[in-house]
Design a protein around this ligand. Structure first.
Ligand code: NDP
Length: 321
């Protein structure tokens, strides 16, 4: 029978999960990455990544995350593109990781590197028109809005980046920000890029009340939250760029999470449960960068390895260079 017991099961295959896998495989540990389906995490929905060291010309997000995976596989890390439905057990009993496909994998340690998912506004009309003009992934869906007028909700870096990217396709992009210009979360450099783009128009203090349209988006009903005035904006697409929710629902019964759902880190990368370690955006609501997630993946694996040694399971910590 196939041996499904691993020194470490890494859940998630973004920068943190794949970096943990590279370090684990190079430390001669038997590691499995339960990569998610689709695998790769948030980087797969990003265009140019210009701030990951080692790529002076920039690199596309999907290409970068694919390189991480190839590097981990080169050293023997195993990957399965499955979604995890639950994690059970303890270090003493061993951990069981169950997947949507009905598989069970057994881990001496677990590294949680599941990142965070895009948020939606929560409007009924938005849910109904998801995939019919409503999207949270500009990279995936921008192409479908060639020469169309569209809107992006959000005032953070994602909204700036996505609205700028969408001008490649759309005839005009409206950015809807619920706060005023001076309170936007986005960094100045990203704001300025969007503010100076002639195809982008900003609407401040503006909220979406309803997405209009039967089979596809035909417009938005908006409200100015300063004046209370309602208006309509005739657009054919709506992109959400309003932040993310950490992917912990399948493990929140086992480990401690905060009020938003972020995994609580007790000491370095340790979760509240001995043997479960945490890396990347699933616990990081501050930095949320590919490079910080990768660094955290390295730290989590080194901590897991040391934990196994200290518990007498693995004889020696392998050099990590
Ligand atoms: P942020 O949390 O930074 O921003 C979310 C934005 O959405 C805020 O403007 C927020 O408004 C708004 N928002 C939240 N909920 C709602 C709602 N219900 N209705 C309307 N607006 C809403 O998330 P981002 O995804 O933009 O960025 C996450 C992290 O990733 C940041 O650290 C960012 O710097 C980084 N990032 C970096 C990039 C790069 O460097 N290339 C690209 C993209 C992201 P409010 O301020 O009122 O809460």
């Amino acid at each position: 029978m196939e041996n499904k017991t691993y020194d470490s099961i890494i859940i998630g295959s973004g920068p943190s999960g794949t970096t943990a896998a590279i370090y684990g495989a190079r430390a001669d540990m038997k590691v499995l990455v339960v990569a998610g389906n689709p695998p790769g995490g948030q980087l797969t929905t990003t265009t140019d990544v210009e701030n990951f060291p080692g790529f002076p010309e920039g690199i596309m997000g999907p290409e970068l995350v694919n390189k991480f995976r190839l590097q981990a596989e080169r050293f023997g890390a195993e990957f399965v593109n499955e979604n995890v439905t639950g994690v059970f057990g303890s270090f003493e009993q061993g951990f069981v990781v169950k997947t949507e496909a009905g598989d069970e994998y057994y881990g001496k340690t677990v590294i949680l590197a599941t990142g965070a998912s895009a948020r939606y506004l929560g409007l009924e009309s938005e849910t109904r028109l998801r995939g019919k003009g409503v999207s949270a992934c500009a990279t995936c869906d921008g192409f479908f809005f060639k020469n169309k007028e569209i809107a992006v909700v959000g005032g953070g870096d994602s909204a700036m980046e996505e609205s700028t990217f969408l001008t490649k396709f759309a005839s005009k992009v409206h950015v809807l920000v619920r706060k005023d210009k001076d309170s936007m979360k986005a960094s100045k450099i990203m704001q300025n890029r969007a503010l100076h783009n002639p195809k982008i128009e900003f609407h401040f203090n503006t909220e979406v009340l309803e997405v209009l349209g039967d089979d596809s988006v035909s417009g938005l009903r908006l409200k100015n939250n300063e004046t209370g005035e309602e208006s309509k904006l005739m657009v054919q697409g709506l992109f959400l760029a309003i932040g993310h929710t950490p992917n912990t629902s399948f493990i929140a019964d086992l480990i401690e999470v905060d009020s938003v759902g972020y995994a609580v880190v007790k000491e370095r990368t340790k979760s509240s449960v001995p043997g479960i370690f945490v890396a990347g955006d699933v616990s990081d609501h501050r930095y949320r960068q590919a490079i910080t997630a990768a660094g955290a993946g390295c730290m989590a694996l080194l901590d897991a390895e040391k934990f196994l040694v200290e518990s007498g399971v693995k004889s020696e910590v392998a050099p990590s260079w």
